[in-house]
Design a protein. Structure first.
Length: 370
C-alpha cells in the first residue's frame, strides 16, 4: 500500500500551554510527549476562530471564517463546500469519523462516510443570541465552576465510546486493504469540570498553578472581554477552593485525553499500521481557565486561541517548529501528504509538508490570522 493512512485526532477546548509536550510544569501528558519525540511539534499554532463550529469549519475546508461565513455555533457548513474528507474519498480513501466534529444541520458528515460513534454536542440545544439587541446578562453565575470535582459526565461516557469504536476500527483486518483516514473527535478537556477520581486526585488541591491574572482589575479589560464576562455569567467571585477544583479537573481531563491518544497510537502499533500512518493531533480552541477573569473561549488571548499541533510522519526526523501556523494549514498538508494536486482546490492555508520533511520553515508565512 503506497498511500499513507491518516489518524487525525481533534480534542475540544485544549490550550497548547496545558500539555507537558508544550512545557507545562505540572500536567502529565506522556503520550503527547511521545508524539513530540517521534514527530514535529508546532509551538505557535492557532485555531482560526476560538469557537467550536467556526473553527472546525475552517479545519474541514481550509478556508478562513470570513470565506465560510460561519461566525458562531448556529450555522452549518454550506452543502457545496469541498472538505478534505470528500477529496480523500475521491482519491480512494476510506474516510470515517468517530466522535465530535460539531457538524450541525441536515448534513452531519460533510464527506465522512459515517460516524462510528456519536457527537454529544450536536444533540444539545444551542443558545441563540440576538446580537442586534445587545448582550444580555447571564441569569446566574456559570455553574460549571460550582460543580467541579471528581466524577463522571455524559462527556466522559462519550469519550470512552469514541475511543472504543476507534480502536475497533483500527483493529479490523480490512485496514490493510485500502488507505484510510480516521478522524477522532474527543470531547475532553471541554467542561463540565468532571473527571474520574484518579485523574482529579493527581492535581487537587495543591498540584496546580492558579491563574496569574485571575484577580486583575476587570474594569480594565477590553470591551470584548467585558462582554464575555457579562454574557457567560463570569462576573462572580468564586472562592479559591472552587477555582482549584475547576483547574484540577481540567488538568485531569488533559491527562484523561492523553491516555486515549496513547491507546490509539498503541492500536496502530499492535495492528502493524504505525509505519504507514500519519498522525495529526490538534484542538478546535483553548480555554481561558480563569486568566484575566475569563473562562471558556471566544477570546484572542493565547489560552483561548493557541492550540496544539503535532504531526508524525513515518521516517521523518522529529523537530520543533516555532514559526506561526494555523489549523487552516492542516487541509493542504493532508492532501499534499496523500499526493493530491493542491492546485485543484480553493484553500487559504499552506502545506506544511516540506517543513515537516526538512525542517526548513523559510517558506512558511510570518503570520497567521484568527
Amino acid at each position: 500500500m503506497n498511500q499513507k493512512n491518516f489518524l487525525i485526532i481533534m480534542s475540544d477546548e485544549h490550550s497548547a500551554k496545558f500539555s507537558s509536550a508544550y512545557g507545562h510544569p505540572i500536567i502529565k501528558t506522556p503520550n503527547m510527549d511521545k508524539l513530540s519525540s517521534i514527530g514535529t511539534t508546532f509551538t505557535n499554532n492557532y485555531c482560526n476562530s476560538p469557537l467550536c463550529v467556526p473553527s472546525r469549519a475552517s479545519f474541514m475546508t481550509g478556508q478562513y471564517v470570513s470565506k465560510n461565513e460561519i461566525w458562531d455555533n448556529t450555522k452549518a457548513i454550506p452543502s457545496d463546500k469541498i472538505t478534505w474528507p470528500y477529496i480523500l474519498r475521491d482519491n480512494g480513501y476510506e474516510v470515517v469519523l468517530s466522535g465530535k466534529m460539531h457538524l450541525i444541520g441536515q448534513d452531519n458528515l460533510h464527506g465522512f462516510e459515517k460516524n462510528l460513534s456519536y457527537d454529544p454536542h450536536i444533540a444539545e440545544p444551542l443558545d441563540h443570541y440576538r446580537w442586534d439587541e445587545g448582550i444580555s446578562n447571564a441569569s446566574k453565575p456559570w455553574n460549571h465552576i460550582d460543580e467541579a470535582g471528581p466524577g463522571s459526565s455524559p462527556m466522559i461516557d462519550a469519550d470512552n465510546e469514541i475511543e472504543k469504536t476507534s480502536i475497533n476500527f483500527l483493529s479490523d483486518k480490512n485496514r490493510h486493504k485500502n488507505p484510510f483516514a480516521l478522524c477522532v473527535g474527543f470531547i475532553a478537556p471541554h467542561f463540565p469540570f468532571k473527571v474520574p477520581k484518579k485523574y482529579f486526585e493527581k492535581y487537587f488541591p495543591d498540584n496546580i498553578n492558579m491563574p496569574e491574572h485571575l484577580s486583575d482589575d476587570h474594569t480594565k479589560l477590553g470591551s470584548h472581554s467585558k462582554r464575555l464576562r457579562k454574557m457567560f455569567g463570569l462576573d462572580h467571585n468564586w472562592d479559591e477552593i472552587q477555582i482549584r477544583k475547576s483547574i484540577a479537573a481540567y488538568y485531569g481531563l488533559c491527562t484523561f485525553l492523553d491516555e486515549k491518544i496513547g491507546n490509539l497510537v498503541n492500536a496502530l502499533e499492535k495492528n502493524n499500521l504505525i509505519d504507514n500512518t500519519i498522525i495529526i493531533y490538534t484542538s478546535d480552541h483553548g480555554d481561558m481557565l480563569g486568566e484575566h477573569g475569563l473562562w471558556r473561549k471566544m477570546s484572542f488571548y493565547d489560552e483561548s486561541a493557541k492550540v496544539p499541533l503535532q504531526i508524525v510522519i513515518p521516517n521523518f526526523i522529529p523537530k520543533i517548529i516555532d514559526k506561526p501556523v494555523s489549523n487552516l494549514d492542516i487541509f493542504p498538508t493532508i492532501l499534499d501528504a496523500a499526493n493530491i494536486d493542491l492546485s485543484n482546490y480553493d484553500y487559504d492555508g499552506q502545506s506544511l509538508l516540506n517543513c515537516l520533511k526538512n525542517g526548513d520553515d523559510n517558506s512558511l508565512e510570518d503570520f497567521v490570522i484568527s
